[in-house]
Design a protein around this ligand. Sequence first.
Ligand SMILES: [Mg+2]
Length: 447
Amino acid sequence: MGAADVMDLYGFLHVDLNSFFASVEQQLHPEYRNKPTGVVPTVADTTSLIAASYEAKALGIKTGTRVLDAKRICPEIILVHGDHATYAEYSHRIVAAVERVCPVAHTPSIDEMVCQLLGREREPARARQIALEIKQAIRDDVGETLRCSIGMAPNRYLAKIASDMQKPDGLVGLLPSGLPGSIAHLDLRDLPGVGARTEVRLNARGVHTMPELLALDHSAMRRLFDSVWGDRVYHWLRGNDTGDDGAPIPSTIQRSLGHSHVLSPEHRTPEGAWAVAHKLLHKAAMRLRMEKFYAGSLAMTIKYALSQSQAAGLKDGPSGNERVKKHGSGLTQTGWGMEARFRPCQDTLSLLEALQGCWKQAPGGREHAKPFFVGITLRNLVPEGEMQGSLFEEPGNRRQLSATMDKLNLKYGHTTLHFAGMLPARESAPTRIAFTQIPVQYGHEYM
Ligand SMILES: [Mg+2]
């Protein structure tokens, strides 16, 4: 064994369960096995699947497919009412099964586990054996329907990529000696941390493919990403361990994201401002999830138009801490803003609660009767990868609901989901993502 071979070692296993919710249902109900099965939040034709079994996926049915469409494609599809508590319990049992073989270092989500390999475990043959034993332990201890794809790689970043490369029941290894050629066929979006917005930025800078990305040296990568993260991705993609384990996507890449909107004159009422704020929050929350961040605070800004006498009164009056200034449009205005801090989250409902908390603090009175500008900013962003295991602490199934909403919004464009408070703003803040009604029973079961 030469020196080069000695270095050809894995460092991490990334275990990703396949069609997790649907597989749990097939485990609990043997009569569903080997049959197209969909998991729904509630039993109604108006809702959409939150998971699909591999038999359903083979027919083109997937997460986000509407029940009506699923039934059209496959009239005999089995639809099961999902139960998050059961899935969480199965997740814990799977972690226990994996730990019988190898300690679990991280649980990035309800259906993902990461093991760090040590010593001789890092040797390719031994790592492969551990991966096969993990698959067997899950089948033996939890159930035969629970299959997983396992990625083996020198760092966590590549291990996650590898776990996505073969489904279902995959086992893919990315050894340092084969890199980066073994990932050159992937799309940029297959890279963790490269969301829709980052992809647009990379494209704008002339990088459209993996070979184009891989042709850059580390300083060009740093410039491309405007961040030291570009350096790290450069090293991770080549199988290097840069001192960290290849997991975190540093929040220094991006500290905040937000949207603002100037209200049209007919919407310059507190109700209109609330509706716009609500809609902006949905846009920002969806972007937050697409870019794989959690937010630790929310800032709300409102600007109010003033009459001349109101402007004079505010300048002289007791509430003189409000700054009065002339807006570029010629409006005389006063502004108000606040920032709410909370445990980092990424689901729309938790963020909506923070927004409501801010809104209750917004000033009233005649000087604040004509809001004309609303801004929402999510701050203290934490990369998703640094929030491991947090799903178990989140109330209900908020994250799953948000993820499903995003998929539907992306799929159907003009007929997507929203909460009722946004209705008056539907025409107000034009966006690529339009909004329609969320079925009441969907909300009832899952919020
Ligand atoms: Mg999965």
